[in-house]
Design a protein around this ligand. Sequence first.
Ligand SMILES: NC(=O)c1ccc[n+]([C@@H]2O[C@H](COP(=O)([O-])OP(=O)(O)OC[C@H]3O[C@@H](n4cnc5c(N)ncnc54)[C@H](OP(=O)(O)O)[C@@H]3O)[C@@H](O)[C@H]2O)c1
Length: 364
Amino acid sequence: MSKYAISIMGAVNSVLKALLKQSRILYPLRKYSSNIARPPSLELPSGQKMPQFGIGTWQLTSENEINTTINTALTVGYRHIDTAIMYDNEEFIGNVLQQWISSNKLSRDDLFITTKLPKIGVHPDRVEMFLTRSLKNLQLDYVDLYLIHFPVGFKYIPNMNGRYATDLKGRVVMEEKTDHAAIWRKMEEQVEANRTKNIGLSNYNIPQMTTVLESARIKPANLQVEIHIFFNQDHLVDFCKKNGITVTAYSPLANPGYNKFMKKLEKPATHLPKIFLNTQVIELGKKYSKTPAQIALRFLLQRGLATIPKSATPKRIEENINVFDFVLTDDEMKMLHKLEMGDLARVVDFTVYQGIYHHPDFPF
Ligand SMILES: NC(=O)c1ccc[n+]([C@@H]2O[C@H](COP(=O)([O-])OP(=O)(O)OC[C@H]3O[C@@H](n4cnc5c(N)ncnc54)[C@H](OP(=O)(O)O)[C@@H]3O)[C@@H](O)[C@H]2O)c1
């Protein structure tokens, strides 16, 4: 082939690549609601950017719900998806992601996917196995963030289809003690093997994070914990800020649907703090023409946190991300901060797992 022909082919190739890239960018842009500003990102220690706003998926286990939730979320501008092998929905999420990627509506780089090591995986021998399983479920080569879901390990029994074992009294059979340093080393190996871009922790307390930091070659990039207007977790957030760890607020709306989960487990309903009924939140909503949910989410974002509200309702999915066109004043931030109720306001305390409260690594 002549030099001339090769250079023409090269030029055609570049134009095609540029067009493909443009179609990937333009297609989803056309589908964004015009009034929603794009969420900003937080920079992780790896240099990668994590969109500050994501969609939570806990308690979404049907294929229909996942299809509606993830398709709506991606269409209105979410790029950060939070799941866990425990949520039993990775395969459905993987199918939706595959459809968006294979049709060039989005590229893999546009997405930020978080999943988590389950409690039955909290052991140095099982980190790789569970992450590999999650990647297969999600049809991905890597995730963006892999978190240790909880600092307590449950005994793993093969062929129990991911379920944990209980004793005759219904108590969960747990590992005796968590070797945080050894597990973290295995997490680091997952970054080195390119199975995840970043690693982090969830539901860890300060002493447990300190143990991890003391031995870490790769620092935790993120801590995911419950935080909302009634439960600020200032000490944890300050500790993370000092150590360059980003923080993601889960249950940012104090999960008003939590008692549905309790009912499913045949457990008694618990008292929930109610953000949507708080008069100060309602008044601020009127001032800014926003819903109480939007005020509560905006408060977290202005604290510099990432957040991942869950909804299976398209209108709410869009409502929740529509929080980038107003700013709470310093006085309003202070007023909302004073709604703190401390540990009483914790919704997700994990005590549905019988016996977990007495484990030496129980973090709360
Ligand atoms: N790492 C962990 O251990 C951990 C623990 C808990 C949660 N998480 C993650 O964090 C995510 C969010 O937390 P979460 O699911 O516990 O609670 P959440 O996001 O605070 O609340 C979810 C509940 O709020 C309702 N909701 C959402 N937007 C609303 C709105 N604008 N107006 C009224 N109601 C609204 C939803 O109802 P509909 O769905 O019916 O709309 C659902 O019942 C989870 O999905 C999960 O991804 C992680």
